[in-house]
Design a binder for this molecule. Sequence first.
Ligand code: 5GP
Length: 192
Amino acid sequence: MNHPGKLFIISAPSGAGKSTLIRQVLKRFDTLSYSISHTTRSPRKNEVNGQDYFFITAQEFEEKIDQGDWLEWAKVHDHYYGTSKAFVNESLEKGQNLILDIDVQGAKQILDAGIKAVTIFIMAPSFDILAQRLKDRGTDTRAVIEKRLENARREIEQKELYQYCVVNDDLDEAIASMCRIFENEILNKESQ
Ligand code: 5GP
């Protein structure tokens, strides 16, 4: 029997190691796929259009707001980010489980709309470690890092919205915690 898929929302402040954890989880669960978001920010070095994000212009993004094409969207660090409603609906109908890597504003929109989702918040062990990781990453200017840290503070304050919180201190342990969540939630769905 083909069960409808389950939606997993994963949020984390920049630098918490979310992308690494998501990659590891995707490798381990073949019924799980990733919703590629659209954004108006410029691609970073090594980012590929259609793989990391769909990079579009602000005008294209705003047209899609008007057309009601977004399941959720938000302005994060001065750029638009959004999730395609059509893609999510089609995937879930096919029975595909889907990860949405979105910020707290987007997560709230989905929950407020009454859409069922498993919610996971990923944290760094401390704010200082988060700040250091962002600096070490070397992909952003100082001003951008400050903005991301300010945003991180606001997001961490709202982590109670999420069902699960994973602290990414030891990477292997964090991967194991994530896998336990996915295993339980996917199995749980199949027994329903
Ligand atoms: P980055 O620019 O570092 O790739 O992402 C910045 C933030 O935007 C992250 O917190 C990420 O989760 C969030 N984000 C990425 N895609 C989406 C989306 O489609 N919707 C929302 N609301 N946030 C997103």
